[in-house]
Design a protein around this ligand. Structure first.
Ligand code: G6P
Length: 510
């Protein structure tokens, strides 16, 4: 049967910038959500017809969105997927994305607030919240248009709607309400079936922390997600915190099934306002074969050669992150500093490749954090550099093939987030590693639930423990490193995007 799938997310698979001559230069979006959805949709095959609704993020995106509304274009195909970009008014978009999603919700869900001074939910935030409502409404309206258009066109096959992330917490409820108004029937009973899923790629915060939000906002976000039939998370911890919030903040009826292993599987169920939402875990891993194939390409090999020449035959500690506050890059550098300071035997024998790519530079906190990263990197270099040894190579310009090359060469991979929904680098690294790498992994990453047995787990706040783990990883015997690396790679390969997305679609109906 024809599978009809609608995806909604803030960022789409491709975003554009204007070149110097006014031409449109596309670039593939970063982050785990894009990787999972793009590869998951690609794996659905010709039986599926999917459309991806996303926001126009830049002026160039807006130009593309407007051109497609008014005239025939390329059918909106990006990365082989039909994409519809929403031209949401810039002020609404800015408030919803930068102020609510990135400055309030991201900090809340990762528990990142500097609480003596932040957050401050005053009048300005209430205006921002109105924008978040309007932004979610724009998505719900577009989903309705697509749903009704497809209903008329395709005739058969249940519609499945997959709404992504904290930007779009309200959209599931809005879409459900609008669809039942339009069709004059309740979803899932009479009328055309539309299964609605929401997936949160971030952690979820426990009730004590979550309650920092203004009451009406905290309630609206939970109520919004509970408009979905399924709410998904990467790890049981986050799913369970969500259930706790539903019980504590909404007083919803929550029952728990618990997860037998590291997932996927159901964790519980929330009944609220007469509707049942199943809450489940779907860990996202990697498509190992495709990743290894990509790493064999000439551009990756060329970078590998250049990195090897720069590092010589020294051991390599690698990290690859977007410069997000949750990634804990500063403490990672502090741990490397402590390693060199307390274990002089590694001086001259190790190089740290730290790739910290730009992210959310519209936010002052992110700009300040990027400065801290650069400053600490400079201090390490100045303190330890010798005539023939550079202890640290910090790269801040995003370069995907170079990142793959670094992972292929890594002896040690450092992934130490303060908190992370899943983390794909911790899984890509072992898959790409040529000699098997040791993984120093934060216990606060969702990926720790599946990778714990073969990684060296650390408390991300404990710099000394992280330095010790780097030392243990560097001196790990070759055979043990290869064995652990192979086990990590096998675990990462067990939940490829096809399974992650396919599992969610299967739960939403035939
Ligand atoms: C990370 C998270 C995703 C989220 C993305 C947003 O990658 O894992 O869940 O969608 O950040 O990043 P952006 O650059 O679009 O703000």
């Amino acid at each position: 049967m024809n599978q009809r799938v609608l995806v909604a997310s803030n960022r789409g698979p491709v975003s554009y910038q204007f070149g110097a001559d006014g031409s449109l230069i596309p670039s593939r979006g970063g982050g785990g959500m894009i990787a999972g959805v793009t590869d998951g949709l690609a794996a659905l095959g010709p039986e599926a017809s999917a459309t991806w609704i996303c926001a126009a993020l830049s002026d160039a995106d807006r130009a593309v969105a407007r051109a497609e509304e008014t005239g025939p274009g390329d059918g909106g195909l990006r990365e082989g997927i039909p994409v519809r970009m929403l031209d949401i008014a810039p002020d609404i978009f800015d408030r919803a994305y930068n102020r609510v999603a990135n400055s309030a919700l991201w900090f809340l869900l990762h528990q990142l607030f500097d609480t003596p001074s932040q957050p401050r939910f005053g009048r300005e935030f209430r205006r921002d919240w109105e924008a978040y409502l309007a932004y979610n409404e724009a998505f719900a309206d577009a989903l309705i248009e697509e749903a009704l258009m497809r209903e008329a066109a395709a005739g058969e096959g249940g519609l499945r709607v997959l709404i992504q992330d904290y930007h779009l917490c309200l959209a599931p409820r809005m879409f459900r309400d609008r669809l039942s108004d339009r069709l004059g029937s309740q979803l899932g009973e009479a009328g055309p079936a539309a299964g609605i899923g929401h997936f949160c790629h971030t952690p979820w915060a426990p009730p004590d922390y979550y309650r920092m939000l203004p009451d009406e906002v905290g309630r609206a976000l939970l109520d919004g997600i509970l408009g979905a039939d399924r709410a998904g998370f990467h790890a049981e911890r986050w799913a369970s915190a969500f259930l706790d919030c539903c019980a504590a903040v909404l007083g919803a009826d929550v029952s728990r099934t618990g997860l037998a292993g590291p997932g996927p599987g159901p964790v519980g169920r929330v009944t609220y306002r007469g509707h049942v939402t199943e809450v489940a875990v779907h860990p996202l891993g990697v498509d190992a074969a495709a990743l290894r194939e990509r790493a064999r390409a000439g551009d990756v090999r060329a970078h590998a050669g250049a990195l090897r020449r720069a590092a010589g035959d020294r051991k390599l500690i690698v990290r690859v992150d977007r410069t997000e506050l949750s990634k804990n890059i500063v403490r990672g550098l502090a741990a490397y500093h402590e390693l060199l300071a307390t274990r002089p035997q590694w001086r001259g024998r190790v190089v740290h490749l730290a790739f910290a790519y730009p992210s959310r530079s519209a936010l002052a906190e992110y700009r300040a954090y990027t400065d801290q990263v650069r400053e600490l990197a400079r201090e390490i270099t100045e303190e330890f550099r010798t005539a023939d040894w550079d202890p640290l190579i910090l790269e801040v310009k995003d370069d995907y093939p170079r990142s793959l090359a670094a992972c292929a060469l890594a002896d040690v991979l450092l992934v130490n987030p303060i908190r992370d929904g899943m983390n794909l680098v911790a899984q890509e690294g072992p898959v790409l590693s040529e000699r098997g790498c040791a993984l120093v992994l934060s216990r606060e990453a969702g990926a720790a639930a599946t990778l714990a047995a073969d990684a060296l787990l650390v408390n991300p706040y404990d710099v000394t423990e992280t330095a010790d783990a780097l030392h243990r990883a560097l001196e790990m015997p070759d055979a043990e490193r290869r064995r652990r690396g192979a086990a990590l790679a096998a675990t990462a390969a067990a939940d490829p995007p096809a399974r992650w997305l396919g599992g969610q679609l299967a739960e939403l109906g035939p």
